[in-house]
Unconditional design. Structure first.
Length: 229
């Protein structure tokens, strides 16, 4: 491949990479990896990459022979692998520290209406004292976790979500147990909306919340599946 051909090819690769970054960010796919507040930085990076592509088209500077090959690697990875959110498989390693993502100094929930609380806000209440909320109405959305390590009876399963503070590398899980007669009908990673009443168990000496469900409805995965504190 001649110098001019390599320069054109390099420019096309760079512009393609910039296009992929911009498209994935605009479609909300980058939110599966990073906090939404960093999306402007991704757009900025895409612009810089595009400018490099434009400059390389007209530049007379010599190009390393392997430069285009190395730049093809991230493009191939981006095209070959569709973005996917973290699911129940990644949560297995966090089962012993579930809800640990909640800070020691708890911020206030958005509202006192427990029907509007998400799993993170229920986790906030659980770290202080969950007993005053016994009998409250709860409506939560999340993905199903079916795992023997949870030690749940046959009429219970867990609904969980990830809380994103910076990126998926530091994402932590929050979850609640759900009492439902036919708990095994739901598979892991299936998204559901659970409506019911909060019960508090103290059999282990530590008050633990449990939603006694009146309905469990399968739903589509939200466009932004992570919770943002």
């Amino acid at each position: 491949m001649g110098i001019m051909s390599r320069r054109i090819f390099l420019s096309v690769v760079l512009c393609t990479l910039a296009g992929i970054l911009s498209y994935r960010t605009a479609m909300g796919q980058m939110a599966l990896y990073i906090h939404p507040r960093y999306e402007l930085l991704v757009y900025g990076c895409a612009l810089v990459v595009f400018l490099f592509g434009a400059v390389s088209w007209s530049s007379n500077a010599p190009l390393p022979r392997l430069s285009t090959i190395f730049l093809c690697i991230p493009v191939c990875i981006a095209v070959a692998f569709a973005p996917k959110p973290l699911g129940s498989a990644a949560l297995v390693s966090q089962l012993g520290s579930l809800n640990a993502v909640v800070p020691a100094t708890q911020p206030q929930a958005r509202t006192t209406d427990t029907q509007q609380w998400n799993l993170y806000e229920w986790a906030l209440a659980s770290t202080v004292d969950i007993t005053p909320y016994a009998g409250s109405t709860a409506v939560v959305e999340g993905f199903v976790v079916q795992n023997d390590e949870l030690g749940l009876p046959d009429d219970q399963f867990m609904v969980a979500r990830y809380v994103l503070k910076c990126c998926t590398a530091d994402a932590g899980g929050v979850g609640m147990r759900i009492a439902w007669g036919n708990a095994r009908q739901f598979r892991s990673d299936q998204w559901v909306r659970v409506s019911g009443t909060l019960a508090v168990e103290s059999s282990t000496g530590v008050p633990r919340p449990l939603i006694v469900a009146s309905s469990v409805v399968p739903i589509e995965q939200p466009g932004r599946p992570y919770l943002i504190p």
